[in-house]
Design a binder for this molecule. Structure first.
Ligand code: DGL
Length: 268
């Protein structure tokens, strides 16, 4: 039994969709969540910059005595090898591998569409990860940059969200004719309803759920499980604007976050 917390890191509040899945899946574990809100968004930044930020943020979690780090940001998961090297031998897990695994399983005929930030699309992280598991899969991608700000505005339903979803997904679905659509960005699960309406009859794959399953399996494998009698605790750290994090974060976590519980930290 290991009662140290699990560290969860994202560029901001979107990773709370992964945190939500982790909290549900692992009710006996405690968590420290770090949102790098001062430097959000990562999705439009270069790979080198995102790698530097991801390593800094992960080290800040290690300073909080975490037993494992979950890189809950799709864009930052591209930096997984650098984070692993910096934290070794601490276990580190990202969202790309579990998401790719689930997409490969959900599309036996091998037509998979991936939607993500520009950064994730440009580096082809999901394309490589899916091909590593299903070499014959046909993988199509589209960046959906407006999904991040509308999700943070709480515009998750209604005509504006649906029009944007149709604008992105109409051409993608026509071109790809996918069996599975992978939501390759932390913000997209809260837009699930409009994405489903715009994409039609296709299996939606959410990397948050599959990452939570992978974390549970890794805890067992490394004998790090916190299964005990203690109640679950969650600490929230941000690099800027704790009040906004608490307010907007509720959209992604699905439950209120008390503003007084969000701590401001400096990663420099
Ligand atoms: N967390 C990012 C991701 O999953 C989305 C927000 C950002 O661009 O920083 O790719």
């Amino acid at each position: 039994m290991n009662n140290r917390p699990i560290g969860v890191f994202d560029s901001g509040m979107g990773g709370l969709t992964v945190m939500r899945a982790l909290m549900r899946r692992l009710p006996y574990e405690s968590f420290v969540y770090l949102g790098d809100t001062a430097r959000l968004p990562y999705g439009t930044k270069s790979r080198e910059t995102v790698e530097r930020y991801a390593v800094q943020a992960s080290r800040a979690l290690v300073a909080r005595d975490v037993k494992m780090v979950v890189v809950a940001c799709n864009t930052a998961s591209v930096s997984l090898p650098a984070v692993e090297a910096a934290l070794a031998p601490l276990p580190v897990i990202g969202v790309i591998g579990p998401g790719a695994e689930a997409a490969a399983k959900a599309a036996p005929s091998g037509r998979i569409a991936v939607i993500a930030t520009e950064g994730t699309v440009n580096c082809g992280a999901y394309v490589h990860a899916i091909h590593a598991r299903a070499p014959k899969a046909a993988v199509f991608q589209a960046a959906c940059p407006l999904f991040v700000p509308i999700a943070e505005e709480g515009l998750t339903q209604g005509p504006i969200a649906l029009a944007i979803a149709e604008r992105y997904l109409g051409p993608l679905v026509a071109r790809a004719k996918p069996n599975a659509l992978l939501l390759g960005c932390t913000h997209y699960p809260v837009l699930r309803d409009v994405i489903r309406q715009a994409a039609g009859d296709v299996a939606l794959v959410d990397s948050a759920e599959t990452t939570a399953q992978a974390v549970a399996a890794l805890l067992e494998e490394k004998d790090l499980s916190g299964r005990g009698t203690r109640a679950q605790t969650c600490a929230f750290l941000v690099t800027d604007a704790p009040d906004r994090f608490a307010r907007v974060g509720e959209i992604f976590l699905g439950q209120p976050i008390a503003a007084g519980k969000v701590e401001l930290v400096d990663l420099q």
